[in-house]
Design a protein around this ligand. Structure first.
Ligand code: TA6
Length: 278
C-alpha cells in the first residue's frame, strides 16, 4: 500500500505498509521519518517535538545531507546542504510482492539550487521497505563540468538508553574527532558517556548497534566513511526541535561520503550511496 497524505499546513508525505513493515516518508527532503517492522519497535528515532513544517528539517529519521556534509566552505550556506529541506518529486512506486514496496523520489537543479550550488544535477533516492530498510541515493551530473560532493544518510536510531548501547565494527578504524579536529584511531567498541561526533574513515564491513533487546545491522556501499554522533547533555539542550533529555534515546550512525571520502562526479556520470538497515 502506498498512500499520499497531506497535513493541514500543506506538508506532504507518503505512507507505505506491507506484510513485513511500515514507513512514512516526507516529500520534503525525501525524509524517511518512520520505519517499523511488523510486530517490532520502530528502528528510527523521531523527536517528539520535531517540526513538520514546510522549509524546516525534520529532527530524526533519515535526513539526506547533500551536496555537502557539514558546513560548506565559507559557512554561509545551510549546514548539511539544501536537499533535506527541498521539495522532491515522487517518481513512482512498485509493490514488488506482499512483503516489499519501493518508491523513488527525485530532486533536480532549479533556479534556487543553482544560486547556492552552480551545477546541474539529478538526485534520486530509491527507498525499499521490507524486513530491511534499503536506501539508494544516486547522484547524476547533468552539468558540463565535473563536480565534487560530500553527503550522508544521517540516520537517527532509537535506543533503549544511550548508556546501555555499543557500536561494533569500527575497531581500529581511523577517525576525525569533530569536537577536537584531531585524527584518532578507534580502540574496541564505541560506548557513550559524553558527546561524540566522529567521522570514521576506511570503513568497509557491517556495523552493529547492540542494544539491550535487539541488534541493528547497518551495511553501506559506495561509501567508506561513517559518522557517529550523540549530542549528550549540553549540546542537546541547545539543539533545535529536541527535548533536553532526547540524547538518552537516540544516536546517529551516518552512511557518508565525508571529508577524505568526497566524490568527484564527471559530466553524465553517477555515484550511488547505498545503505541497508536490518
Ligand atoms: O553528523 C553530526 C552533525 O554534523 C553534528 O555535528 C550535529 O550538530 C548534527 O549533525 C545535526 O546537525 P543539524 O544541522 O541537523 O542540527
Amino acid at each position: 500500500m502506498i498512500v499520499h497524505k497531506k497535513l493541514p499546513n500543506g506538508f506532504v508525505y507518503i505512507e507505505i505498509k506491507n506484510s513485513s513493515a511500515e514507513a512514512k516518508i516526507a516529500l520534503q527532503g525525501a525524509h524517511i521519518f518512520h520505519y517499523k517492522r511488523e510486530g517490532k519497535e520502530p528502528i528510527l528515532w523521531l523527536s517528539e517535538v520535531s517540526d513538520f513544517e514546510v522549509g524546516k528539517a525534520i529532527r530524526g529519521g533519515v535526513p539526506v545531507c547533500w551536496p555537502w556534509f557539514g558546513f560548506n566552505e565559507n559557512k554561509t550556506l545551510p549546514q548539511h546542504g539544501f536537499a533535506r529541506t527541498a521539495l522532491w518529486k515522487f517518481v513512482g512506486g512498485d509493490e514488488v510482492d506482499e512483503k516489499t514496496t519501493s518508491i523513488t523520489l527525485r530532486l533536480t537543479h532549479s533556479d534556487e539550487t543553482l544560486k547556492m550550488w552552480c551545477y546541474k544535477f539529478e538526485l534520486e533516492l530509491k527507498i525499499t521497505i521490507s524486513d530491511r530498510l534499503s536506501m539508494e541515493l544516486k547522484t547524476t551530473n547533468l552539468d558540463r563540468e565535473s563536480f565534487t560532493i560530500t553527503q550522508a544518510l544521517h540516520t537517527y536510531f532509537a535506543v533503549s538508553h544511550i548508556s546501555d548501547v555499543a557500536i561494533k565494527g569500527l575497531d581500529k578504524k581511523p577517525y576525525l574527532d569533530a569536537l577536537t579536529w584531531k585524527n584518532e584511531v578507534q580502540k574496541g567498541d564505541i560506548s557513550f558517556n559524553q558527546e561524540v561526533d566522529r567521522v570514521y574513515q576506511e570503513v568497509d564491513g557491517e556495523i552493529l548497534l547492540i542494544d539491550k533487546n535487539r541488534t541493528v545491522h547497518l551495511k553501506n556501499e559506495g561509501s567508506s566513511s561513517v559518522v557517529v554522533w550523540n549530542p549528550w547533555i549540553e549540546k542537546c539542550s541547545r539543539m533545535s526541535a529536541m527535548k533536553p533529555t532526547a540524547y538518552e534515546s537516540m544516536l546517529c550512525i551516518e552512511s557518508a561520503n565525508a571529508f577524505d571520502d568526497f566524490k568527484v562526479i564527471k559530466p553524465n556520470e553517477s555515484h550511488t550511496l547505498r545503505a541497508a538497515v536490518y
